[in-house]
Design a protein around this ligand. Sequence first.
Ligand SMILES: Nc1ncnc2c1ncn2[C@@H]1O[C@H](COP(=O)(O)OP(=O)(O)OP(=O)(O)O)[C@@H](O)[C@H]1O
Ligand SMILES: Nc1nc2c(ncn2[C@@H]2O[C@H](COP(=O)(O)O)[C@@H](O)[C@H]2O)c(=O)[nH]1
Length: 194
Amino acid sequence: MNRGKLIVFSAPSGAGKTTLVKHALEIFKQDLAFSISCTTRQMREGETHGKDYYFLDLEDFKQKIEQNEFIEWEEVYTNNFYGTLKSEVDRLMDEGKSVIFDIDVEGGLNIKKLYGKDCLTVFVHPPSINSLKERLRARNTETEEKLKQRLEKADLEIATAPKFDVVLWNDDLDKAKNETVSIIRNFLNLHHQI
Ligand SMILES: Nc1ncnc2c1ncn2[C@@H]1O[C@H](COP(=O)(O)OP(=O)(O)OP(=O)(O)O)[C@@H](O)[C@H]1O
Ligand SMILES: Nc1nc2c(ncn2[C@@H]2O[C@H](COP(=O)(O)O)[C@@H](O)[C@H]2O)c(=O)[nH]1
């Protein structure tokens, strides 16, 4: 069986990576699977354990770090840990799927270092910092303090864009969705009708 490839979507919070990754998963149902990360942050309304994330308490997360279960992990925001499990990626690749990741910029670049040319890194670029603020406010998932924490990192995160294989501007959402499909179709050599 052919081993799949890896596609990483990274961006500052609010740029739209989750939206675009979900679209890709709908379009490439047969070929692509989502790497479900572990996190210690609180579950949001509408999220499901084992679908959006594996929601762990800090003790369990730290145990997994000690047992070397993560390919990469980060304390992305103060007291909120996120990590990609080796077992998750192996399981999906053993099924012959390519794997798509929605992870922060450091994690994304670390995965690229590990997998090299089998991995495509996509930086989702917001039109402006102000657009991040507006989108996060409209998403209504963060307190003002958490929103500030997320926005404070955005400039530094945007500065890493040139390190990614592809920079995808997410201004007009339909256009960004179409670009997402064409980037993935090319990388996975899926030239059949979808
Ligand atoms: N092009 C766009 N125009 C306007 N709103 C958008 C656009 N793309 C995404 N959004 C909206 O912006 C909000 C943030 O998008 P999303 O949750 O996908 O971002 P994210 O990068 O995954 O953020 P986080 O890192 O915080 O999880 C969502 O409510 C989404 O519906
Ligand atoms: N380094 C990693 N970053 C991850 C992982 N899973 C998610 N994330 C990133 O964290 C922030 C915040 O996510 P949210 O769901 O709380 O809004 C965002 O940039 C995610 O992409 C991971 O396994 N490793």
